[in-house]
Design a binder for this molecule. Sequence first.
Ligand code: ATP
Ligand code: MG
Length: 512
Amino acid sequence: MTTSGPTFLEMRNITKSFPGVRALDGVTFDLHKGEIHALVGENGAGKSTLMKVLGGVYPHGQYGGKILITGQEQRFAAVRDAERAGIAVIYQELSLVKEMTIAENIFLGREPRIFGVIRREELYRRAQEILKEVHLEVDPHTPIGNLGIGQQQLVEIAKALSHDARILVLDEPTAALTDTEVETLFGILDKLRARDVGMIYISHKLHEVFRVSDRITVLRDGRTVGTSATADTNQAQVIARMVGREVGDIFPVVDHDQGKVVFAVRDISVEDPAVAGKKLVKAVSFSVRRGEVLGIAGLMGAGRSDLLMAIFGAHFGRISGDIEIEGRRVNITSPAKAIKYGLGFVTEDRKRFGLMMDQTILNNMTLAGLRQISGRFITSIDAEAAAGERAMKDLRVKANSVFTAAGTLSGGNQQKVVLAKWLLTNPRVLFLDEPTRGVDVGAKQEIYAQINKLARSGLAIVLVSSELPEVLGLSDRVIVLHEGRMTGEFTRATATPERVMACATGELQRAA
Ligand SMILES: Nc1ncnc2c1ncn2[C@@H]1O[C@H](COP(=O)(O)OP(=O)(O)OP(=O)(O)O)[C@@H](O)[C@H]1O
Ligand SMILES: [Mg+2]
C-alpha cells in the first residue's frame, strides 16, 4: 500500500441527531489525497449518516461540527454544493431512476446542452466512454430497470467518475457484485488512487477492507473508536473494536434432529423470461427434512435465486417440474399460494420484495407486509402486534420502537425486520436468500443463532449465500449449482471449501 499525502478532508467533531437517536456523537475523520480510508462499524454505528453529512444530504445547520477541505470550512446547503466541491457519494441504497436510460442517469441534471437543448448524441457518446472505464459493456440506451443490481452499482460508479470527483465515497459497494465485478471495481479504485482521488470505503466485508484500504477507522454507537494504518492492525482487533468485545466462534456447531421430508422438488427448470429457450435452472431436484438446513452453494448467476423464486411462484419465466409438501403434490402459481402452503422467503433484494420503507417496523413485520404479498390477513391484529414486539426483541433490532419507519433503520437492521416478518408467518419451510447481506459481524452471529434455533424447533430451511463459510457453517447438507445445473451434493462432514468450490466452478461433479 502506498503512503498518502497530507490531510485533504477533515470532519471535526460531527454530531447528528434524529428524533430519539443520537446517530453521530462527536465523530472525527480525515482523508488524504490518493488514499483509501475504510470506515467500519456495526449496523447502526453511524457510517452512512456521516457520509450523508459529507454529501450535503443533511445540510449545514442540521448537524454539529465542521467539514474542512484543504483547511477551508465547507458549508453545504445541498447535495449539489458538495458535488461542486468534488465530493461524490455512492449510497448504500442505489438511487438510479429505473425508467431512464443508463446515459440519462449518469448525466442527470448535467446533460450536455446547446441553447438549452440536450445534445443526445454527445450524451450517449460520453456515457459510452465512461462505461468502458468501468468495464460495463452494455448499450448506454438500456433502461436502468433492465440491469441487475451489480450492473446498476457499476453505473453508479460511472456516474461518480463523470463528476471528476476528488473525494469518492463508496457505501457497501460490493454487496451485490460478482467476484469479477469486484475485481473490476478494485482496478478502478487503483486507477483513481493514482489520480490522487481520496476514497472512503464502507464495508462489512473485512477481508476486502484489509485488501484495499490504507487506513481503517472504526465507529461504534456514533463515536470514533480509533484510526489505524491497515498494516498495523488485523481483523480480530478491528472486530473487537467494532463490537466492543471479543467475538467467539461465530458458527456454533449444532446437530439438528432431523425428521421426515417436508419439502421436495423434482426436475425444476426455469426459462429466462427475457430470452426464449434459455434455461436459467436445469432439472434441479432436492428435498429437505424437518429440522434440516439445506445449503445451496454456487457462484453469482448460477441460478440459485431463480430456483427459489420459481418454487415460490415469484418468477416471471416459464417453469416446469414438481413440488411436494409433506408428500402432497402442490401447484404454486403465486407467492400468496406459497405462503398458504407454509413457505416463507427472505429475499436478497430487500427494497423490491422485502420492505416498505415508509411504513413502520410493525407494519412491515405484520399486517401490511403480508397483505402486500398474500392479499389477505393471516391472524388477529393484537396478536401480531405483540408478536412483532417480541420478534424485534428476539432479533435485537436496533430501533426506538416498533413504530419507527423501516426506511430510517440501518441496512442490517432492515434485514432483521425482513427475517422477523417471515418468521411471523409461521412457515414450515423457510427459504433464505443472502440473509446476512449488509449485516455486521455481531448481527450475523445473532442471525446464525436464530437459524439454528429455528431448525431445532423443526423448521426446514433452505439457505442460499454467496459467502461460503456461511453455507458450510450452517448447513447439514449442501447442494451446489453451476450454470443452472446441480453439480454436487455434500453432507456436513464431506463439504470442504475446496470440493464445494470445484463443483461451483464446474470442474467437479459429485454425488453425496
Ligand atoms: N433518517 C433517519 N431518521 C431516524 N433515524 C435515523 C435516520 N437515519 C439513520 N438513523 C439512525 O441513525 C443510526 C445510524 O444509522 P446509519 O444508517 O448511519 O448506520 P450504518 O453505520 O450506516 O449501519 P449499516 O451498517 O447497517 O448500514 C441508526 O440508529 C439509525 O436507525
Ligand atoms: Mg449504512
